[in-house]
Design a protein around this ligand. Structure first.
Ligand SMILES: [Fe+2]
Length: 164
């Protein structure tokens, strides 16, 4: 399993979505893993406190992907998994894992995202983001620093919350 979509979770509240859509994004240049990010008040949420109690150190940020852009194949430095909540995403914005078929040919698996709900991703495996539309993709991204993908999924898959 490469990812786990938390379909039973509630949709992120309107106030956070508005924050993400209107946030001030800045280029964060860290060599191989440059991203475009903004700070979020979600850092002080009940959900982040719950994650920290159970998974140790966790950070969070808004991440923005430009219109008609690709984030090339990579693994994430500094975290083993991510918990991503897309708040703005066109159906043409897609995240993939890949498995080599032969030579330069790969089969791809598309990551299932539900707008406003979290998906846990194993970011130790190569993945890419293809935003093939004329709109930005905006994601609230949480980063457990030490917890693995399976630890994070095991904790979250049976958790039932009514809000964040
Ligand atoms: Fe990544």
């Amino acid at each position: 399993m490469n990812y786990y979509c938390l379909e039973e979770f509630p949709v992120l509240s309107e106030s956070y979505i508005i924050e993400g859509l209107g946030a001030e994004y800045k280029l964060h240049n860290s060599g191989a893993h440059t991203d475009i990010r903004a700070k979020t008040s979600f850092d002080g949420s009940t959900f982040m406190a719950l994650l920290r109690e159970n998974l140790g150190d966790v950070t969070c940020m808004w991440a923005m992907y430009r219109p008609m852009s690709i984030l090339d194949w990579h693994t994430d430095p500094g975290r083993k998994c991510s918990i991503n909540i897309p708040v703005k995403a066109h159906p043409a914005a897609k995240t993939f894992y890949r498995k080599r078929f032969g030579g330069a040919m790969y089969d791809v698996e598309e990551v299932k995202y539900i707008l406003g709900k979290p998906t846990v991703m194993d970011v130790t495996k190569p993945h890419c983001v293809f935003n093939g539309c004329n709109d930005e993709r905006i994601v609230l991204s949480m980063s457990p620093i030490k917890a693995s993908f399976s630890q994070t999924v095991d904790f979250l898959k049976n958790l039932r919350i009514e809000s964040y």
